[in-house]
Ligand binder design. Structure first.
Ligand code: C2E
Ligand code: CA
Ligand code: CA
Ligand code: CA
Length: 279
């Protein structure tokens, strides 16, 4: 333990700032970080703007390193590169099912929780089998678990992802296509799979003024297409009233964004769920 501790101190040597690879090689010692309880779990509510109710939440991992909260946007890509994302994801998924179990036991009305499934997870382990065993072990109904898979995973490993998705759905888990619209294969994913929910990437809301007109046009056509196909949409990155108006005008109903809730520590989400007026 002392050894790994010392390794990690080296990370912050400013002389190493450029050797990202080595820096993160050390940081990506997920096993040690897991043993040291350095991960913590947040969840960000998904919100129905027509009823003003929470309809779901996405589990998002955080790394507390020397008291500092490190964003998964920084370390997840590294873990994906070196293959150590999967043990972490298995812990996240297990935590989520434990929360669900405890909420059901306490008599709350849990909303479904979405979990992130990496492309690497799909290539490394039998994800459907793992989740089936997990929900069976805790006796948590599978409708409470939604699986977020990014569109880019499909682009890179089409058939493997399609097979996994079909098995997940056959087992009763819902599939949310994450970061929809961020890549080139968006329309193909819809053709090859029965996606249950589309999560629209926040890139459309982050457009510069010049791009905005185009962005709006693309977004509108995606929303219309989803409506024709009968697929609900969650718009990510809704940060202000302007974004919400925009959503309303397009007829998009579900949002996940800072305007409603930031990712919350789990006990705070539990308090919201415990208060049935929020549901
Ligand atoms: P994502 O799956 O697209 O998750 C949404 C990200 O958008 C989250 O960042 C969330 O905090 C952020 N976000 C939500 N609303 C807003 C908003 O209004 N404005 C802005 N600017 N950002 C917003 P986060 O938590 O930093 O996660 C980043 C990415 O890390 C996630 O993107 C996901 O791809 C990955 N990730 C997070 N947790 C896990 C995990 O447990 N397993 C795996 N495999 N990946 C994870
Ligand atoms: Ca996600
Ligand atoms: Ca997303
Ligand atoms: Ca993303």
């Amino acid at each position: 333990a002392l050894g790994s501790h010392m390794n990690r101190i080296r990370i912050y040597d400013p002389n190493m700032e450029n050797s990202l690879e080595r820096e993160w090689q050390v940081l990506s010692d997920v096993k040690a970080a897991l043993e040291n309880d350095e991960f913590t779990f947040y969840a960000q509510p998904q919100y129905d703007i027509t009823t003003r109710k929470i309809v779901g939440a996405e589990a998002l991992v955080r790394w507390i390193h020397y008291g500092k909260l490190i964003s998964p946007g920084v370390f997840i890509p590294v873990l994906e590169k070196n293959g150590s994302i999967t043990p972490l994801d298995q812990v996240v998924w297990t935590k989520v099912v434990e929360w669900l179990k405890s909420w059901i036991t306490k008599g709350y009305h849990p909303v479904p929780i979405s979990i992130n499934i990496s492309r690497l997870d799909i290539l490394t382990i039998d994800v459907p089998n793992f989740l089936i065993n997990l929900t069976d072990t805790y006796q948590v109904p599978r409708k409470y678990l939604k699986c977020e898979i990014t569109e880019s995973a499909y682009a890179e490993d089409g058939q493997r992802v399609i097979d996994t998705v079909k098995r997940l759905q056959a087992a009763g888990f819902q599939l949310m296509m994450d970061d929809f619209g961020s890549g080139y294969s968006s329309l193909n994913t819809l053709k090859s799979m029965d996606v249950d929910v589309l999560k629209i990437d926040m890139c459309f809301l982050e457009m510069s003024a010049e791009e905005e007109q185009k962005g709006i046009g693309i977004l509108e056509s995606v929303v219309n297409m989803a409506r024709l196909l009968g697929i609900p949409i969650v718009l990510e990155g809704v940060e202000n009233q302007h974004h919400e108006n925009f959503m309303r005008n397009m007829g998009c109903r579900y949002a996940q964004g800072y305007y409603y809730f930031k990712p919350l520590p789990i006990n705070q989400l539990e308090n919201l769920l415990a208060d049935e007026r929020n549901l």
